[in-house]
Design a protein around this ligand. Structure first.
Ligand code: CTP
Length: 397
């Protein structure tokens, strides 16, 4: 994963039942290409063994800053120096308090105190401990000092109670981590609007005219732009995908709602990437009440929708469109590139099973307004997204 490849991540783990989720997080980070150095507090080792993390990260695990028999003893200064980011997940109330008050009595608190890397803290604790004014003040101080605090989330906790105190899920933490790593990337200071998913046009209060877009390509573009430092607004038609971390979400249903949201948010944006499958037609007169079944057939009168890309085009806005085609790919894509005044169009053949709806890969052809045509190999949608953004960065100059 481009955002994680070769990055040094210190993963601090303190003593909570949520330690098992830190194992999943360590695995995801390692699989993404990061070099993960785990530092555990003494109480964390009661929940998960250091061996678990060592086997997952293939790197030594620090548990005791003063254990001279360990190859990692007194390494906290080295780890603190070379960390691109420090992630503390789960962070207990005690660990938060140590960070807030500058204590350095174990390897984790020493490392955090000694480092200039950004620190992401994901608290996990009993709901009353989180809501205690002492913890609240500690968290507030840390935020004021530039720490990123993610969560805790609401839900069922180990005590059986439901409340605020759960560790944020590893998948969501991943988004926050890549966002933090990319904060000074080549899109820092830029605003990018991305659309995703398939719009739904009501026939009556129950039925819609929809399409098979999963939203995965647009979400990947939004996440990749975030991971390069952009401020991202994701205008999303209905999908089953979870909201991505650190991205402003605008949920819409119809093509008209998407039109209004995209025009509003792109008015001060640097680039617009329209990955959404926008309905070209909508039922002309949606019924107020559910239409009852009859024996004869049913003819729907459709009216054209507005073309969003054409409406959003303005000097200074880099615009990228998609062309999902089942035949004459390059010819049709070139026609759309010109008709909509785009900088770049991303064409894909929807009859190719690797590039169809709902899959995680895509094989695309890029066509730009200078006449360039580039066929790309089969890539993950996240990597296609970065390829698109490489070209956006070039257009932005
Ligand atoms: N698009 C848009 N507004 C619409 C329809 C499409 O902005 N009302 C955008 C899509 O998000 C995509 C590009 O235009 O980026 C091309 O969409 P596509 O549906 O392939 O093209 P159409 O112009 O609708 O042509 P056709 O359906 O005939 O292939």
């Amino acid at each position: 994963m481009r955002a994680l490849e070769g990055k040094h991540i210190v993963l601090g783990v303190s003593g909570s039942i949520a330690c098992y989720k830190a194992v999943d997080l360590a695995s995801r980070l390692t699989q993404g290409g990061a070099l993960v150095d785990v530092i555990m507090t003494e109480s964390a080792t009661r929940f998960v063994t250091p061996l678990t993390f060592r086997n997952i990260t293939h790197r030594p695990v620090v548990t005791d800053a003063f254990d001279l028999s360990s190859e990692m003893s007194l390494q906290h200064v080295v780890l603190a120096e070379r960390a691109d980011v420090i992630v503390v997940a789960p962070a207990t109330a005690n660990t938060l308090a140590k960070f807030a008050h500058g204590l350095a009595d174990d390897a984790l608190s020493m490392t955090v105190l000694a480092s200039r890397a950004p620190v992401l803290v994901a608290p996990a604790m009993d709901g009353h401990m989180w809501q205690n004014p002492a913890t609240f003040d500690n968290a507030t101080q840390l935020i004021e000092r530039g720490f990123t605090i993610v969560g805790p989330a609401e839900g069922r906790m180990a005590s059986g109670l439901v409340g605020l105190g759960r560790l944020v899920e590893p998948a969501e933490l991943m988004g926050h981590i890549t966002a933090l790593l990319g904060r000074t990337g080549d899109l820092a200071g830029r605003k990018i609007v991305v659309s995703a998913g398939g719009t739904q046009e009501p026939i009556d209060p129950v039925r819609v005219v929809a399409n098979r877009s999963s939203g995965k390509m647009g979400y990947a573009v939004a996440e990749a732009a975030r991971d390069r430092g952009a401020t991202v607004v994701l205008v999303a038609a209905p999908t089953v995908l979870d909201d991505p971390a650190a991205i402003e979400m605008v949920r819409v249903g119809t093509a008209l709602q998407m039109h209004d949201a995209v025009l509003h948010h792109s008015s001060d944006a640097d680039a617009l990437v329209m990955a959404a499958a926008v309905a070209d037609y909508r039922p002309e007169a949606p019924a107020d009440q559910k239409v009852k079944k009859k024996t004869e057939g049913w003819t729907l009168q459709l009216a054209p929708t507005l073309d969003i890309l054409a409406a959003a085009a303005r000097p200074g806005l880099i615009s990228v469109g998609f062309a999902a085609e089942s035949q004459s790919l390059v010819e049709h894509a070139r026609g759309k590139l010109q008709a909509k005044g785009l900088h770049l169009i991303v064409a894909n053949d929807i009859t190719d099973p690797d590039s169809g709806f709902g899959v995680d890969t895509n094989r695309v052809t890029f066509l730009d307004r200078n006449g360039l045509v580039e066929e790309m190999p089969l890539l993950t949608k996240y990597e296609v997204a970065h390829q698109i953004l490489d070209r956006v960065v070039e257009w932005l100059g």
